[in-house]
Design a protein around this ligand. Structure first.
Ligand code: SF4
Length: 441
């Protein structure tokens, strides 16, 4: 690749799913001979991959487009906000092209129009795992696009369409390549991981001479063969989640579940049109923990959903106290343009929403801190993310990158990113652990 090859700047916003889209576009750009450059000044054009999920993300995306236009002038917009092209055109009529999520072809066409490629296959050697924006030792594995649910607060299905699952062999081959190229942790993502394969009637495919169905449990079984950490995100509480416990107990799958419960009141969940069944959730969590005592459960909740009464909010707090979840994120309900929940009666006043959010977070902070304190003195296996003069930052099986806490190791200067290490926990706060290297670790 030479300095005369056309150069693209890339701004990637949004969730891990958007990140995977960015990686695919970047890979294609490199394959076609474009240079990827880190500044507006070096770029001949800029691609902005946007997010449009909540109002603050919309604003962040619009600001990013504005900045790129100001600094560079040639801007191609893609991603979730691209579905609302009129909003973008109104604010920035000068953008070159706008496309929606996963529309790689339109992005590439727009790039070709702006900057015709100068292809030289001899010079471009792309690793067959593509280009990853995450550090080399972990990678997101997207198993499906879209979603069959219609949660009333969410506009993702209208932006990304119905569920389309990738065939299980395709996912397993990609995972295999990633692990071969040095990835130590695979983060499985989708909109609803439990629903994987429903759209293809769980079609069976062959991988390494064995038949696997396109279904969550079978996929995890295959991923468990690879010897990497495998972490599941966005799992809904369907009965077949029980099938994962033996895989976790056998060490083939990390003892970690990211389950967005969103609420604990059956009535509110009905108004939210949420998939899964909350009624037996507490019993099921107890059962799971019997099989997998180390299980970490992360979840997200919305407080102040339209119509939420004091009693329903109290019920949510009771659920929180009883469930003893490890990691929890919460949002005060905020209307998303185009979501059906906006039409629901009895919106909760802003002040009350904020008040409930504060109460909710205070209850959970106490639970999370107590759970982390219990780990003091224990030996943990961790994966190193980052090493600098201040020390080593790693994560245990209980910590997903970006969203959970970290383990800070005070004496691990010999370690490198991507190393596994054994540590002894010495301290804890509400989010993170402090540790030292274990003898022989
Ligand atoms: S499950 Fe609900 S919240 Fe999640 S993407 Fe589908 S519709 Fe949206």
């Amino acid at each position: 690749m030479s300095r005369s090859d056309p150069a693209i700047g890339f701004v990637s916003l949004g969730c891990p799913k958007a990140l995977v889209d960015s990686e695919r576009i970047l890979t294609q750009l490199r394959v076609e001979g474009y240079r990827i450059v880190p500044s507006y000044a070096q770029a001949d054009a800029v691609v902005v991959n946007t997010c449009g999920f909540i109002d603050s993300a919309v604003q962040e995306s619009l600001d990013a487009i504005g900045e790129a236009l100001h600094e560079n002038g040639k801007v191609i917009v893609t991603g979730c906000l691209g579905k609302r092209s009129e909003l973008i055109r109104e604010a920035y009529p000068g953008v070159l092209a706008i496309s929606g999520p996963q529309d790689y072809a339109s992005v590439m066409q727009a790039v070709h129009r702006a900057l015709p490629p100068r292809r030289n296959p001899l010079l471009d050697i792309i690793p067959d795992t593509g280009i990853k924006l995450t550090p080399k030792h972990y990678a997101y594995l997207k198993i499906s696009e879209g979603c069959n649910h219609r949660c009333s607060f969410c506009i993702i299905p209208s932006m990304r369409g119905d569920l389309v699952s990738r065939p299980v062999d395709e996912v397993l081959i990609e995972a295999e390549k990633l692990v071969r190229s040095g990835v130590r942790e695979l983060l499985v993502i989708s909109q609803d991981t439990s629903a994987y394969g429903v759209d293809v009637k769980y079609a069976a495919r062959e991988w390494r001479g064995r038949s696997y169905r396109t279904r969550m449990t079978e996929l995890c079984d295959g991923l468990g063969e690879l010897g990497a950490w495998v972490r599941l995100h966005y799992v809904y509480p369907y009965p077949h989640v029980d099938e994962l416990m033996p895989l976790m107990a056998a060490g083939r799958l990390l003892p970690y579940l990211d389950i967005p419960f969103q609420h604990a009141s059956t009535r509110i969940l009905k108004l939210m049109k949420r998939p899964g069944n909350i009624d037996k959730t507490l019993e099921r969590i107890t059962r799971w923990r019997k099989v997998v005592p180390e299980l970490t459960i992360r979840s997200t909740f919305i407080v102040g959903f339209p119509g939420e009464t004091d009693a329903e909010f109290e019920l949510l707090l009771d659920f929180l106290r009883a469930a003893q979840l490890d990691r929890v994120g919460a949002f005060a309900y905020s209307p998303v343009d185009g979501a059906r929940a906006n039409e629901l009666p009895a919106p909760v006043p802003e002040e009350l929403k904020e008040d409930r959010l504060e109460q909710f977070m205070a209850v959970q902070a106490g639970i999370s801190a107590a759970k982390l304190r219990c780990r003091i003195g224990r030996r943990l296996r961790v994966l190193v993310d980052h090493v600098d003069a201040d020390g080593v930052v790693a994560r245990s099986t209980a910590d997903a990158p970006e969203i959970d806490g970290v383990v800070r190791i005070r004496d691990g200067q010999h370690l490198r990113p991507g190393d596994f290490a054994e540590v002894i926990v010495e301290g804890a706060d509400a989010h993170d652990l402090a540790a030292r290297c274990a003898a022989g670790g």
